[in-house]
Design a protein around this ligand. Structure first.
Ligand code: SAM
Length: 824
């Protein structure tokens, strides 16, 4: 009985014990080797020769006999006899002896072992240090046998104790094996200090340094250095436990010292202070009589000397100060010459060098930061890609970012107001004076431009650039504005043919393009726009709106047609129409592209006429919309109900080009704009437009279109879907892992495993139960005193009223009382 209790108390009769019994193993430790074998690539299944050192009672041999290939040689040895095991050779011997060595050689003959197992545990229980040492010693002996018998690439599994020798042992293993790993199989009790080291890939060295297997060499300990007690003085509050026990030959905790000895001490003063328990004073000494009269020799000081172990930092400081004074009084301190450190002044060159070094360091750090940031971004992108979260919408974002950091960053140039200068520079680069005279009769005089920049202009420029910045910031914030800008400001009103032309002729055309480049942060696009405007200027091109209009896909290929069907007689009328229609109906430009039937023919005529006209009048030439200069024009869409209405009207023939021309003339057409600041004009534009009629059909068509657009998965939705997917995959993987573990667990029966895996799988499929929504109906008004379902309330509902709370409480109280009574 007592024996059983003892076993139970140690928790010996655990599930592995029962399982071992069930499976016919002689010891529960069989599961340790089973688990190790499973974890480290089933080496037993590949071993034809296995040596089991310290094998009794023989469960590891049993496992080996089960797992190794048929006809494998399994040899087990132990200091105690082992009952015969089928398909195993066992003998009794001490593995540390020569006898064991020779017997083993006799059994193996010329064979080399694929695996050597060692689960040896000496008779433990004497004392911890002794046990650990004996264990380590035994392990080294096992290793000696393993080295003698293992084949190259073989495996050695050994038990070791977690002791101070552990690291030394592992170091030795590492010299002899390719891979060394420590493991604690689940079957090994947590309370046990044992762990197992699995050494794979025996290197089979031809020559072996005998010191590697010599316990004296391997476990030799370094002599311990002097004890440093200074910490006890500097940080007396932090008490460090001394786990090593007493120092050799010193079995007391109380260490007194003569105070005068400490005063006379030359070295290790603080260390002594940390180790001494009490300073003893020889009252009769002449020196003390001298020191006693010192101002610092206070009753407090004397009290501190009695027990140094309880002193704090302040007290120690006082003692050290006292000692310093005492040494002066006793004339113990020689006046040492204080070494003077001469600080040499840095020369100018050195200073510069130093500065350069500092700057270099700064740059290096910055680059490092930058690199790290980029790496992180790339990493994030890869992750997103893996999660299928990268959508079309992200393409080019990074490129844009890279562009924004590049040397030729136009956005930066805009911000600093350099873009104007840049544009001027481009102009002078692109146009020769002759070109300008021939094309426009206008010569851009750089000198004049520079000289005319008086203070007022500067102020104006500053204000303008500030306004540009403001617009830009607003644009970044406001998606609507961005969309508007992308449409090329299609809400602009027509400002009359003359006005536009003058604008085209003036420098503002370039500035317009600059403001356009504000909209798009992409540098390439900005450059394209800039060049397009310059080209336009070179050719005496159309205004922005006009080029937008003719840039539409509807005019593609019109050139060839116009070349064939030249109609010079209609030139002037068509040109007039073109310009008017364009400037009047900027918003409808794309609508016209949709109303193919009528507008196509109109436009082709228009184009052909414009073409022919351009030959005679170089001031007016169409800018191809298909060019890179106006990339967004291809995407121009019917974004307003007015545009849609107009498009439909044109398509149905309800409106003709003449109507368009007529519409072009309104009270805002010829407004004076010269000299007015941008911000004012922009503000005015909001109100300076005529109200165009809209139709229900157009509104419905646009609504339908928007619906379709909204139905497309946007970036955020894609991301959320990706996240959800990832979570699901993770969950699945987790469950997979768990079920793998369950499946591999030999300690469970197949039925148990199946049940557990099923339970896991059912968890995966389960949806979170959503509680049915309960509608709370307040018993007020028409609902007062209502019995049954209130009108218009579907699903679950609950009637509540003011007194309900009290009633509920009362009911609870009664219930409680009832229960109490029932108990009694
Ligand atoms: C934990 S048991 C081994 C259990 C064994 N692996 C099994 O599963 O059956 C430890 C064994 O090491 C043996 N042993 C201890 N010192 C030994 C030595 N010097 N030579 C041989 N065997 C030794 C003990 O007799 C004991 O049977």
């Amino acid at each position: 009985m007592a024996g059983t209790q003892k076993k139970n108390a140690k928790g010996r009769l655990d599930r592995y014990y029962h399982l071992a019994k069930e499976k016919g193993y002689r010891a529960r430790s069989s599961f340790k080797i089973l688990q190790i074998n499973q974890k480290y690539g089933h080496f037993l299944e590949k071993s034809k020769v296995v040596i089991d050192l310290c094998a009794a009672p023989g469960s590891w041999c049993q496992v080996a006999a089960q797992l190794c290939p048929v006809n494998s040689l399994i040899v087990g040895v132990d200091i105690v006899p082992i009952k015969p095991i089928p398909n195993c050779i066992t003998f009794q011997s001490d593995i540390t002896t020569e006898d064991c060595k020779s017997k083993l050689r006799g059994h193996l003959k010329t064979w080399k072992a694929d695996t050597v197992l060692h689960d040896g545990a000496p008779n433990v229980g004497l004392n911890w240090v002794q046990d650990a040492y004996t264990q380590s010693h035994l392990t080294l002996q096992a290793l000696r046998l393993a080295v003698e018998h293992l084949a190259a690439g073989g495996t050695f599994v050994t038990k070791v104790f977690r002791s101070r020798d552990y690291n030394n042992l592992v170091w030795v293993f590492r010299q002899l094996f390719d891979k060394v790993e420590a493991t604690k199989p689940p079957a090994s009790r947590n309370v046990s200090a044992e762990i197992f080291v699995v050494c794979k890939g025996f290197k089979a060295p031809k020559k072996l340094d005998p010191r590697l297997l010599d316990p004296k060499e391997v476990f030799e300990e370094l002599p311990e250095g002097p004890v440093n007690n200074e910490a006890k003085v500097f940080n007396p509050e932090v008490k460090k436990r001394k786990r090593d026990g007493y120092d050799e030959g010193d079995y007391t905790l109380f260490h007194p010292m003569a105070l005068l000895d400490w005063v006379r001490q030359e070295e290790d003063v603080i260390n002594t202070l940390g180790s001494v328990s009490k300073f003893e004073i020889d009252e009769n000494s002449d020196e003390w009589k001298l020191l006693r009269r010192m101002k610092d020799t206070t009753p407090e000081f004397l009290e501190c000397c009695k027990d140094l172990k309880v002193l704090g930092k302040k007290d120690f400081r006082m003692l050290i100060k006292w000692r310093k004074h005492a040494r002066l009084v006793l004339d113990l301190d020689d006046e040492k010459e204080e070494k003077q450190i001469e600080v040499e002044e840095l020369t100018e060159e050195q200073k510069i060098d130093q500065e350069i070094e500092e700057m270099k360091e700064k740059i290096r750090l910055k680059q490092k930061r930058e690199k790290r940031r980029k790496n992180e971004a790339r990493q994030q992108e890869i992750q997103r890609m893996q999660m299928n979260m990268l959508t079309d919408m992200q393409i080019g974002i990074d490129a844009g970012q890279i562009g924004s950091e590049s040397l030729f960053n136009l956005k930066l140039a805009e911000k600093t107001g350099q873009l104007n200068e840049l544009a001027r520079g481009k102009k002078s680069m692109v146009f020769t004076g002759e070109d300008l005279i021939r094309d426009n009769d206008i010569v851009v005089d750089e000198h004049q431009a520079v000289e005319s920049g008086d203070e007022l202009d500067n102020l104006e420029d500053q204000l303008n650039s500030m306004y540009q910045q403001y617009k830009e910031a607003k644009m970044e914030r406001d998606a609507k504005l961005r969309a508007k800008a992308a449409r090329g400001g299609d809400d602009e009103e027509w400002e009359g043919i003359e006005d536009r032309q003058s604008e085209v002729d003036s420098d503002e055309a370039v500035e317009e393009s600059e403001s356009e480049s504000d909209i798009d942060s992409d540098d390439d696009e900005a450059i394209n726009k800039l060049i397009a405007t310059i080209e336009k200027k070179k050719k005496g091109g159309l205004s922005k709106t006009a080029s937008n209009f003719f840039g539409d896909s509807i005019f593609e290929g019109v050139e060839e047609v116009s070349a064939d069907n030249e109609k010079p007689q209609q030139e002037s009328a068509k040109q007039e129409f073109a310009e008017q229609a364009v400037s009047e109906q900027p918003a409808s430009k794309s609508s016209e592209s949709e109303s193919e039937s009528e507008s196509e023919s109109d436009a082709s005529e228009l184009e052909s006429e414009s073409e022919s006209e351009s030959e005679t009048e170089p001031d007016f030439e169409l800018v191809s919309g298909s060019g890179d200069s106006l990339p967004h024009k291809q995407e121009v869409d019917l974004a307003t109900v007015e545009a849609m209405t107009l498009a439909q009207q044109l398509a149905l023939g309800q409106k003709s080009k003449k109507d368009l021309i007529d519409d072009g003339f309104n009270k805002y057409s010829f407004r004076e704009k010269e000299g007015l600041p941008d911000w004012f004009l922009e503000d005015e534009e909001k109100h300076s437009k005529i109200n165009r009629p809209i139709t229900k059909e157009a509104a419905l068509a646009l609504k339908e279109k928007m619906k379709q657009l909204n139905a497309r998965p946007i970036k955020k939705v894609m991301e959320a879907v990706g996240r959800k997917k990832l979570r699901a995959i993770k969950r699945l993987e987790k469950i997979k892992k768990k079920s793998d573990l369950i499946a591999e667990d030999d300690s469970k029966s197949e039925l148990d495993k199946a049940k557990e895996i099923q339970a896991l799988a059912s968890k995966l499929g389960k949806k979170k139960k959503t509680k049915p929504k309960v509608t709370v109906v307040v018993a007020r008004g028409s609902h007062k005193g209502l019995s049954g379902r209130p009108k218009g309330v579907k699903g679950k509902y609950k009637m509540v009223d003011g007194v309900m709370k009290n009633e509920m409480r009362a009911l609870k109280r009664i219930e409680k009382k009832r229960k109490k009574k029932g108990k009694k």
